[in-house]
Design a protein around this ligand. Structure first.
Ligand SMILES: [Zn+2]
Length: 246
């Protein structure tokens, strides 16, 4: 039975039996895996502190070709996304759920891994998780080639720098002259997206985006993600419910 070691991001865990956990994790080199962490629910387990969602870990696991579940030998935390208590934990769960939905099992996706790991770094440095959420949504969609163009309106070729409207159920932003009714992005939201296109997650903390701009992006991105996944994510609702009502 070969032993693999890898950098990985913990995506979620489930209870198994009396004392074990099943851990879903995205490795840097071999895609998403599911494995058994023996005795992970016992006190002083060797997995303590390593299995929270979005923790960057160093793992070792055995894999048998005939078994769907790998067997985790160890998981050592390298970096936790939780620099401070509070809402960050819910955002960490949201990012982990999004990666889980995005990554098919056993399909290597180093770019998605790197994106996730760099978001963990930015969170650990205290970057606003809400800012990172909009950045992260932009990039997961873009890595799949799904993010709509933000340069010109596909209907009339006018530039979209003054604002754009997302066509419901479609993958286009169009100008205000050509359409209305879908989630709208202001000029400031378009500027944020252009910054996101060329910056790392840590650098995005210097982008200025008002709470209103972040809400515009949230509405458009959740529409795109729900259209792609054909469902609403569980943790999206949790994050929304935490927010004080305006
Ligand atoms: Zn137009």
């Amino acid at each position: 039975m070969p032993l693999y070691t890898a950098d990985a991001l913990v995506l979620r865990t489930y209870k198994l039996g009396e004392a074990d956990r099943i851990v879903v994790f995205l490795t840097a080199d071999r895609g998403k895996k599911r494995g058994v962490a023996k005795s992970a629910r016992r006190p002083r387990s060797r997995f303590t502190g390593a299995l929270e969602p979005l923790t960057h870990v160093r793992v070792a696991y055995f894999e048998k070709e005939t078994r769907e579940l790998v067997s985790l030998n160890y998981a050592e935390p390298v970096r936790s996304p939780l620099s401070a208590p509070g809402e960050a934990v819910h955002y960490a769960s949201y990012f982990a759920e999004l990666i889980d939905e995005w990554a098919p099992a056993d399909d290597p996706n180093e770019t998605l891994y790197r994106l996730g790991a760099s978001v963990v770094d930015a969170m650990a440095l205290g970057t606003s998780p809400e800012l990172l959420a909009r950045y992260f949504e932009y990039w997961v969609l873009r890595l799949e080639g799904l993010y709509p163009a933000t340069d010109v309106c596909p209907a009339c070729r006018r530039p979209l720098s003054g604002g754009a409207v997302l066509v419901p159920g479609a993958w286009h932003y169009i100008c205000d002259e050509c359409g209305h009714g879908g989630p709208r992005l202001s000029a400031a939201a378009i500027t944020f997206l252009r910054h996101a296109a060329t910056r790392t997650p840590v650098e995005v903390s210097t982008a200025s985006a008002s709470p209103g701009v972040l809400r515009e992006l949230e509405r458009a991105h959740h529409h795109l993600i729900a259209t792609h996944l054909e469902k609403e994510l569980r943790s999206t609702r949790v994050v929304k419910e935490l927010r004080p009502s305006p």
